[in-house]
Design a protein around this ligand. Structure first.
Ligand code: GLA
Length: 729
C-alpha cells in the first residue's frame, strides 16, 4: 500500500519519498510535506505567526494566525485571502470569483487513473495506486477532485484535477492548473529550459527571489522557447548530490509554470494550462479535466532525478510497438535535397544508404501537391506525380526492394493559402473575422478544434498510409499559433479554443496511432518546438532540434536529457560544413553525438569518400551493438558542455556489466594536460576491461580516478570508450 489515510492525513509513499497532506478541522487541505520518507506526520512543522495584512477565513474566528495567505495549501483558490498565485479561478453566475474549497471526502483506488482526452502516465494495478480527494466550495456547488497517482517503484507521483459544476448555474473557469505545490522551508533554486528555434532547452538555474518567476508558452505549442518541465533544487544541489524536485507537464500547448517566493520565504510552484489563453464554460453537470503533472523527488541530485523521469517516461508514458522495439537507423533526405528531389534522386540516396546498412528512408517535405517550396501546397496530401511518377506504392516497393523500410513526412495541422485545400475550405484556417491572419513560414494553421477538420486530416493521412508499405511518420508543425478564434464556438467561449486545439491534436494522434500500430510516429515541430511528455504518449521519439551541428547538439541534448530519455531524442549525422552553423566536424564526431539519441543520417551518403563510407558502415554496426545500452541503460551527464571544454556522457547497463562513454573535446590547446573523466554508476567491486586496448580497471578506480581523455589535436575531437566486465579478472 503506497497510499495511507490516518484520519484526514494522507501519506503517499514511494520507495524513497513521502508526500503528505491533511484536511484540518476546518476542512482546509494543507500541504504538509514532499521530501524524503520520514515516516512521520510532518504537521508539527506548521506553526504560523499572526502575520498582519494576511486575513483570516471567517470560521477561524479570533485565531489571527490562521490565514490561507500564509499556510501551505494543496490547491490554492482565489477570493479567500490567499494573495499568492492561485491554482484555480472561477467566475460564478453573479460575477464573483471567490472559491473556498473545503474537504469533502476521499477514495483510494487500485491502479493509475487516466484522463479523458488527455495523455497520462499509465500503470497496472500492481504498479500504482490512485488517491482522489474531493473539495467543495462553501457557497456554491463547485467541486474539485484532486487526483494523485503513486508509482512507488519509480519515485513518481502524478497530479491532475477535475473541476466540476454540480450546481444549477453556469460557471466560467478562468484558470485550472494541474499542480500547486507549497514548500515552506529551505533555500531553493529553480532550473528551467529556455531557447529558440534551433537552440532548444538551455538549462538556466536561478535562485528564487521574492516575487514570481515564470516559464511559459502562449504559442499554441509547448515551444522552443520554454519547456513545460522545471526543477526546484536546494542550494548546492549537484548532479550527484542534494535535494531536488522535478515537475513535467504532460501537455503540448500553451502552458504556465510559476514559482512564487513569498513574504515568509516559502515557495509555491503552480503548473498547468496558461491562464491568459484559457477560459472554459462549465454548464450545470459539466466537468473539466486538467492535464497531468509528473512529479519526482530525490535527495541524490539531478542525475538521479533525470533517471527517475527517463524511466517513467520510457516505461509508463511511451506506448506501442516502438516503446521497446529497436528503432530503425534512418536516412532523411531533408538536408540532402530540401525541396529539390524526385524519385530518381531519392532512389540514389536510398541505394547509397542501403549499401552501408541504413534501415529506412524517410521522404521529407516536398512529396505532395505542388510543394516545390515552403510557400505552397500544405494541406494537399496527395503524391506529386511529377516528382514521383510511379506513385507512392511504386516508390516504396523499390525502396523495400533495396531491403529498406520507408517513412514519410506530414505537417497535418497546417495549410498554405496556395493549396487546393485552402481554396476549397478557407474557413478551416484559423483567422479572426475582419482581420488578416498572421502568416509564418507563409502558412496558416488549421482549426483542429473542429471535428470536421480532424476527420478530413484523419482520412487524408490514413489514405496515404494505406497506399503503400509505410512504417514511419514524421509529424511536423512549423509555426507558432496566433489569431485564436474558432467559428465553432460563440463569442463568450473563444478562450476555450487553445485547449480545444490541443485536445484535437491528441484525438487525431490517438486515432492514427491506434489505426496504424506498426508505424513509428516521430514528433517534430521545426525541430524541438513540441518536445514534451504529452507528445511522448503518442510518439516515442521527437526530432530534437533543426540544429544538426554536432557541437551545438551536445548542449541541446544535454539540456533535453534533464527530463527526457535519450531514446526520445531524434538525432542525425548531417553534412559539413553544417547547414545551420557552417561548422566542420569530423564524421566520427558527428556520429558519436547522433548516437546519443535515435540515430540516423541526413545527407546524401553517395557524396562521401570510400573511406568515409566504411566509417559509416562501422558507425551503424556500433549503433546496432550499443543501441540497447544507449536506449535502455542509465544515462549520466559527466560534464557540463556549457562550461567545460568537453561534453562527455555515459551509458551504463542495468546489470552494471557494460558501459559506453562518449562525447567530444571541443578545443585543443598546446601542452594540454589530459583531463580525467570520472565515471559513474558502475559496480566498485567489478573489473572492467577497456575494449580499445584490453586494459582492466576496477569499478572503484573508474569512479574515483576515472579515465584520461585522449590526447587531442584539432577541435571537436570525438571520445569513445567501451568497457565491459572482464571475465578473466
Ligand atoms: C521542419 C523540420 C525539418 C524538416 C522541415 C521540412 O523544419 O524540423 O526537419 O522536416 O520542417 O519543411
Amino acid at each position: 500500500m503506497s497510499i495511507k489515510a490516518a484520519g484526514r492525513t494522507f501519506f503517499l509513499e514511494t520507495k524513497h519519498s513521502l508526500y503528505q497532506m491533511k484536511a484540518d478541522s476546518r476542512g482546509v487541505l494543507k500541504h504538509l510535506w514532499y521530501g524524503e520518507n520520514t515516516g512521520q506526520d510532518m504537521e508539527y512543522l506548521l506553526d504560523y505567526p499572526d502575520v498582519s495584512f494576511s486575513g483570516n477565513i471567517y470560521d477561524a474566528q479570533d485565531q489571527r494566525s490562521y490565514s490561507l495567505d500564509t499556510m501551505p495549501l494543496e490547491y490554492a483558490s482565489e477570493g479567500t485571502g490567499d494573495y499568492r498565485i492561485s491554482a484555480v479561478s472561477v467566475c460564478h453566475e453573479n460575477g464573483a470569483s471567490a472559491l473556498d474549497l473545503r474537504y469533502e471526502g476521499y477514495r483510494i483506488l487500485p491502479g493509475k487513473y487516466s484522463i479523458p482526452g488527455l495523455p497520462a502516465v499509465y500503470a497496472g494495478e500492481s504498479e500504482a495506486e490512485t488517491l482522489e480527494i474531493t473539495l467543495k466550495d462553501t457557497a456554491s456547488d463547485v467541486r474539485v477532485v484532486l487526483k494523485y497517482g503513486v508509482l512507488p517503484e519509480y519515485d513518481v507521483i502524478t497530479r491532475s484535477a477535475v473541476i466540476m459544476n454540480d450546481g444549477a448555474d453556469t460557471v466560467m473557469l478562468n484558470k485550472a492548473h494541474s499542480l500547486c505545490l507549497d514548500i515552506p522551508y529551505g533555500s531553493w533554486e529553480w532550473i528551467h529550459f529556455h531557447g529558440r528555434w534551433a537552440r532548444e532547452r538551455n538549462p538556466q538555474r536561478l535562485k528564487l527571489l521574492h516575487g514570481i518567476q515564470e516559464s511559459s508558452s502562449i504559442r499554441g505549442t509547448s515551444s522552443h522557447h520554454q519547456n513545460p518541465a522545471v526543477i526546484l533544487c536546494k542550494e548546492g544541489c549537484s548532479e550527484t548530490n542534494g535535494t531536488c524536485i522535478g515537475a513535467a507537464l504532460m501537455y503540448s500547448g500553451c502552458f504556465q509554470a510559476q514559482a512564487e517566493y513569498d513574504q515568509l520565504r516559502q515557495v509555491r510552484l503552480v503548473m498547468g494550462i496558461h491562464a491568459d489563453l484559457f477560459c472554459w464554460e462549465l454548464k450545470p453537470g459539466d466537468s473539466f479535466y486538467t492535464p497531468e503533472v509528473i512529479l519526482s523527488h530525490t535527495e541524490n541530485g539531478l542525475q538521479a532525478l533525470s533517471h527517475q523521469f527517463h524511466r517513467v517516461l520510457r516505461e509508463h508514458v511511451c506506448r506501442g510497438k516502438y516503446q521497446k522495439a529497436e528503432r530503425p537507423v534512418l536516412i532523411n533526405n531533408w538536408e540532402a535535397t530540401y525541396f529539390d528531389f524526385n524519385e530518381e534522386k531519392l532512389l540514389k540516396i536510398a541505394e547509397g544508404a542501403a549499401a552501408l546498412g541504413v534501415d529506412m528512408l524517410v521522404m521529407d517535405d516536398g512529396w505532395f501537391g505542388k510543394r516545390d517550396s515552403d510557400t505552397l501546397g500544405l494541406g494537399d496530401w496527395s503524391v506529386n506525380k511529377e516528382k514521383i511518377p510511379g506513385g507512392l506504392d511504386g516508390l516504396v516497393k523499390k525502396i523495400n526492394g533495396l531491403g529498406m523500410q520507408f517513412g514519410i513526412w506530414f505537417e497535418p495541422e497546417m495549410v498554405s493559402e496556395d493549396s487546393d485545400l485552402y481554396r476549397a475550405h478557407p474557413d478551416w484556417a484559423i483567422r479572426i473575422p475582419g482581420r488578416n491572419p498572421v502568416r509564418s513560414r507563409f502558412q496558416l494553421v488549421l482549426d483542429i478544434s473542429r471535428a470536421d477538420v480532424r476527420e478530413y486530416l484523419f482520412r487524408a493521412v490514413s489514405r496515404i498510409l494505406r497506399l503503400a508499405n509505410i512504417k514511419y511518420v514524421k509529424w511536423d508543425f512549423n509555426r507558432s499559433v496566433c489569431d485564436w478564434y474558432t467559428e465553432s464556438l460563440p463569442a463568450g467561449r473563444q478562450k476555450e479554443m487553445p485547449h480545444r486545439f490541443v485536445l484535437g491534436l491528441y484525438e487525431l494522434l490517438d486515432r492514427l496511432t491506434g489505426a496504424f500500430p506498426d508505424v513509428l510516429f516521430e514528433g517534430c515541430c521545426g525541430g524541438g518546438g513540441r518536445f514534451d511528455a504529452g507528445i511522448l504518449y503518442y510518439c516515442p521519439q521527437i526530432w530534437c532540434s533543426d540544429d544538426t551541428d554536432a557541437f551545438e547538439r551536445t548542449q541541446i541534448q544535454y539540456g533535453t536529457s534533464f527530463f527526457y530519455p535519450v531514446s526520445a531524442m531524434g538525432s542525425h549525422v548531417s553534412a559539413v560544413p553544417n547547414h545551420q552553423t557552417g561548422r566542420v566536424t569530423s564524421l566520427r564526431t558527428r556520429a558519436v553525438t547522433a548516437m546519443c539519441g535515435s540515430f540516423g543520417y541526413e545527407l546524401d551518403l553517395n557524396t562521401l569518400t570510400e573511406e568515409e563510407k566504411e566509417e559509416v558502415k562501422s558507425q551503424i554496426r556500433a549503433f546496432k551493438e550499443f543501441g540497447p545500452l544507449i536506449h535502455n541503460g542509465k544515462f549520466y551527464r559527466l560534464s557540463d558542455p556549457y562550461h567545460d571544454n568537453y561534453a562527455i556522457w555515459q551509458f551504463v547497463s542495468e546489470d552494471q556489466k557494460e558501459t559506453l562513454v562518449q562525447g567530444m573535446i571541443f578545443r585543443s590547446e598546446p601542452n594540454m594536460l589530459r583531463s580525467p573523466v570520472v565515471l559513474r554508476g558502475l559496480d566498485p567491486q567489478k573489473k572492467y576491461c577497456l575494449r580499445e586496448d584490453g586494459r582492466v580497471y576496477s569499478g572503484s578506480a573508474l569512479m574515483a580516478g576515472g579515465l584520461l581523455l585522449p590526447e587531442t589535436s584539432g577541435d571537436y575531437v570525438p571520445v569513445e570508450f567501451y568497457l565491459s566486465v572482464s571475465l578473466s579478472h
